[in-house]
Design a protein around this ligand. Structure first.
Ligand SMILES: [Zn+2]
Ligand SMILES: [Zn+2]
Length: 248
């Protein structure tokens, strides 16, 4: 498995980090969150747009979903996914946001539109957003303020999306070897985001974790500071940068 870091930044603008997005390459491509210029990013990495097996949205916040219309428009432009549908996975609330965004540009109703296979994952409010498996991913409900949020697990790799460290993340991390973890809360963490100190807590609670990749980095936090807090655990902790390639 290869993982390309398309965007390792938070929602706060940064000169060096784009908004959150990763490309997972196994058999085909899986795009986790949708920011920046996704079709360009995929092409620039040398991949084929028709190899996208699914788009996996973690939650409905702007920095994780705004580029979905751009991706669908690009796929329409090259005539991809007219026959086979493109699965888009997200919590129910994020599916509604995504449909609204695409509706603004008539992306689902135009001639030769991209066929989207909407895969709503449920809602925490109705108690339906639960640990579940879909395609080749395991979906983990996580806590991110009042926003319905999920993490996605591919094999023993977990992408948290935005979240705090709590019992849900503990459950999600069980048996996981590699975590791509929200560290948008700086060193101490914030009400909606984990920070370096919570990363240390997570590693202390889970000796099975071998590697932690910090992402969703706030521009006011220095990478060195995050590394210093996390790196005493004897396991790999890397503060991600855009363009990083992680191979397993
Ligand atoms: Zn975010
Ligand atoms: Zn968020």
């Amino acid at each position: 498995m290869k993982i390309h870091v398309i965007g390792s930044g938070s929602s706060v603008p940064s000169a060096v980090r784009a908004n959150s997005s990763y490309l997972v390459v196994t058999e085909g491509l899986r795009l986790i969150d949708c920011s920046g210029s996704p079709a360009h990013s995929i092409l620039a990495l040398g991949y084929d747009l028709s190899d996208i097996r699914g788009v996996f949205i973690t939650h409905a916040h702007v920095d994780h979903i705004y580029a979905l219309p751009s991706l669908i428009h690009s796929l329409w432009g090259v005539g991809a996914y007219r026959d086979k549908p493109l699965p888009v996975y997200a919590p129910d609330a994020a599916i509604e946001t995504a449909k609204t965004l695409l509706g603004i540009f008539s992306l689902e109703s135009r001639k030769n539109a991209v066929r989207i296979d909407w895969r709503p994952l449920g809602s925490q409010r109705s108690g339906e957003l639960a640990l579940t498996s879909t395609l080749d991913a395991v979906v983990h409900p996580l806590t991110h303020g009042t926003c319905e949020a999920v993490g996605y697990q591919f094999g023993s790799v977990l992408f948290t999306g935005d979240c705090i460290y709590d019992a849900r993340l503990d459950r999600a991390a069980a048996g996981i070897k590699s975590v791509f973890m929200d560290c948008g809360g700086g060193v101490d963490g914030s009400s909606g985001h984990a920070g370096a100190k919570q990363v240390v807590e997570l590693m202390s609670a889970h000796s099975e974790i071998e590697q932690v990749f910090l992402t969703h980095i706030h521009p006011s936090t220095s990478d060195d500071e995050l590394s210093k807090v996390c790196c005493s655990r004897g396991r790999l902790v890397k503060v991600l940068k855009d363009g990083d390639l992680i191979e397993f």
